[in-house]
Design a protein around this ligand. Structure first.
Ligand code: CP
Ligand code: NVA
Length: 329
């Protein structure tokens, strides 16, 4: 059956079939090739989109802006500091107003219920640019990057996510891997138990797609990995937990030993970014002065031939363009 995503919101990969995710990935590869060749079809000419950010961003914001402008759409950026959102106006009322002006709404913030509410009340597609429990546009970019670097299909690949196995990236990976038939291992400490509901839901889908969704604290799970993935140990909004997280996760820092343990000389290192891999950031420096090393990956791995982190960053734009084009183009 032909895929038609027009008018649909992009809140989580759980809302999409394997075929629909395949369609968005294929579209992203196609749009990337077209951009490289200087071909623009301006399929969003005359469209207006709004980007609503309650948390900071470099990649996601820039990806939405460039993607939309490449295709001829106009973009408005709003943050919580300079708009009425949340302080003087409810999400429901905000959605009803923005839906009158715009053809699509991007939201980055805290609760998943906010993107759901925006979608329910705005009447236009809403795109999830990250919440506390999901980051679906990132997974599209990561899978696109895997397809560029690994000759096997996604459903023959093994991804090991190291570190904070209860964060938005870990869950987004579980959803994406379940849908696309990927072998996913959440490798972290026993004390961090991922949401049993997420494990149950993704394990159910895995039965149909051939995916494997596992949680492990045993380094043996690294063997045979095609991708070692990590993310910051304290996500946006939980910076105060940094010292506890560092204690809990230090042994899951991605090192060259870990890369070697996979037994795969071509294993990829991936990270959604921003990453702490050296002490060249204010945050990493300040914690270091207090005797705390917050790096989730060594600089050696981050800069090694295994690392494809900047390809992933570029692919945020191509995949986000695919999502916008598929839903409002
Ligand atoms: N990976 C990612 O979402 O980056 P930003 O926080 O810079 O948007
Ligand atoms: N887990 C990170 C992802 C950043 C893209 C955070 O939420 O801060």
């Amino acid at each position: 059956m032909a895929v038609n995503l027009k008018g649909k919101s992009f809140l989580t990969l759980m809302d999409f079939s394997t075929q629909e995710i395949r369609y968005m990935l294929d579209l992203a590869h196609d749009l990337k090739a077209k951009k490289r060749a200087g071909i623009y079809n301006y399929v969003l000419k005359g469209k207006n989109i709004v980007l609503l950010f309650e948390k900071s961003s470099t990649r996601t914001r820039c990806a939405f802006e460039v993607a939309a402008l490449d295709e001829g759409a106009h973009v408005t950026f709003l943050d919580s500091g300079s708009s009425q959102v949340g302080k003087k106006e409810s999400i429901e009322d905000t959605a009803k107003v923005l839906g009158r002006f715009y053809d699509g709404i991007e939201y980055r913030g805290y609760e998943q219920s906010v993107v759901e509410s925006l979608a329910k009340h705005s009447g236009v597609p809403v795109w999830n640019g990250l919440t506390d429990i999901d980051h679906p546009t990132q997974i599209l970019a990561d899978m696109m990057t895997m397809e560029e670097h690994i000759s096997k299909p996604l459903n023959k690949c093994k991804v090991v996510f190291c570190g904070d196995i209860r964060n938005n990236m870990a869950y987004a990976w579980m959803y994406g891997c379940a849908k696309m038939g990927v072998h996913f291992v959440a490798y972290g400490p026993d004390v961090l138990i991922p949401d049993p509901e997420v494990i149950a839901k993704t394990s159910e889908i895995a039965k149909q797609t051939g995916a494997i969704i596992e949680v492990s604290s045993n380094p043996e799970c690294l063997v045979g990995a095609d991708v070692l993935y990590t993310d910051v140990w304290a996500s946006m909004g939980e910076e105060a937990q940094t010292p506890d997280k560092v204690k809990m996760l230090a042994q899951f820092k991605v090192t060259m030993d870990m890369v070697e343990k996979t037994g795969n000389k071509d294993v990829l290192f991936m990270h959604c970014l921003p990453a702490f891999h050296d002490f060249e950031t204010k945050t990493a420096k300040e914690w270091k002065e207090k005797g705390i090393d917050i790096r989730e990956v060594t600089d050696e791995v981050f800069r090694s031939r295994h690392s494809v982190v900047f390809d992933e960053a570029e692919n945020r734009m191509h995949t986000i363009k695919a999502v916008i084009v598929a839903t409002i183009g």
